[in-house]
Every structure is written in C-alpha cells, then in structure tokens.
Design a protein around this ligand. Structure first.
Ligand SMILES: O=c1ccn([C@H]2C[C@H](O)[C@@H](COP(=O)(O)O)O2)c(=O)[nH]1
Ligand SMILES: [Zn+2]
Length: 160
C-alpha cells in the first residue's frame, strides 16, 4: 500500500515559497513566491531582495528613516515580481502563484498582466493597507482568485 503522509500539492508549493523566502536578506519580512502551471509544474520562484548589481550590504534594509532614500522600500524587488521576472518560458496563462505574503498592488498589476489566475497566500498582515485593498480590488475585477493557504499541520525538518 502506498504511504498516505506524502506532501500534498499545496503544501509542496507553499513549502517551496517558504524555502525561497529563506534566501531573503530583509530583516523584518522575508517573502517567497512559487509560480506553478495549471498542471502542477513549477515555473519559477522568487524572493524579496535588492536588484542585481545593487549590493545587499550597501543598500539599506531599514523600514523607517528620516530620508526615504535611506529606507529599503525604494529599492527592494518584491518576491512575486522576481518570480515573474525569473520565468524563462513564454506562457503563464492559468498559472497559480503561492506566496508567503499577500501581494502588493504593484505586484498584483504584474501578476494580472502575466496571466496568473490564482493567488494562494500564507500571511495577509497588511490587509488594511491601501496597497493590499487596491490589490484585492484589481484581482476581483480581473477575475484572479485569491485563496488563503490552509495549513497542512505538517512539520518538515531539513538538516542542511
Ligand atoms: O507584494 C509584496 C509586498 C512586499 N514585499 C516585500 C518588500 C519588503 O522587503 C517586505 C515588506 O517589508 P516590511 O518591513 O514588512 O514593510 O516585503 C514583497 O516581497 N511582496
Ligand atoms: Zn509587491
């Protein structure tokens, strides 16, 4: 008889998003994303980080700074956008994205334009912000479903 405690698709893909988030250098919020085709093939992954050529050590990771130029927000490339940009194929129509944080309005615009049809998210801690409210509005208009991830109550320990 086959084993029954194998990793189900949703947990597998959210697990990959969580593992990708571990690559982030953001000390406050690490985000990971995994884009999956409708037939459950992984198309791309991403995490939030500084753009290529912009050193993690030189650019700021602060949240609040008197000068906007000394905070991370103007520079950091979001996980969902990185996942889109890391895709080397040609067709994302009907693909899903698993993300550890609900996408902001800017990522949402790009996800919609790329043809993503569903967003599965782990955390929605910025739900009350205009960015996420606008993101949900656009997703509704564009027919992009957004679904909270239902925890599988499965613990995986990786000894790396
Ligand atoms: O759609 C999103 C929204 C945010 N992020 C990243 C951008 C930042 O690195 C963090 C948010 O930092 P806070 O300190 O929690 O404000 O999350 C993202 O990747 N995708
Ligand atoms: Zn974003």
């Amino acid at each position: 008889m086959k084993k029954s405690d194998y990793l189900k698709w949703d947990a597998y893909f959210m697990g990959i998003a969580l593992l990708s988030a571990e690559r982030s250098k953001d000390p406050h919020t690490s985000v990971g994303a995994c884009i999956v085709s409708e037939d459950n093939k992984i198309l791309s992954v991403g995490y939030n980080g500084m753009p290529r050529g912009c050193s993690d050590d030189e650019y700021p990771w602060d949240r609040n700074s008197e000068n906007e130029l000394d905070a991370k927000y103007l520079y950091v490339c979001h996980a969902e956008l990185n996942a889109l940009l890391n895709y080397t194929g040609t067709n994302m129509t009907h693909a899903k994205i698993y993300t550890t944080l609900f996408p902001c309005n800017e990522c949402t615009k790009a996800l919609i334009q790329a043809g993503i049809s569903e967003v599965i998210y782990l955390c929605d801690k910025y739900a009350e912000t205009p960015s996420v409210i606008a993101a949900k509005r656009m997703m509704k208009s564009a027919g992009v479903r957004y679904t909270p991830y239902h925890p599988a109550n499965k613990k995986i320990q990786l000894d790396l």
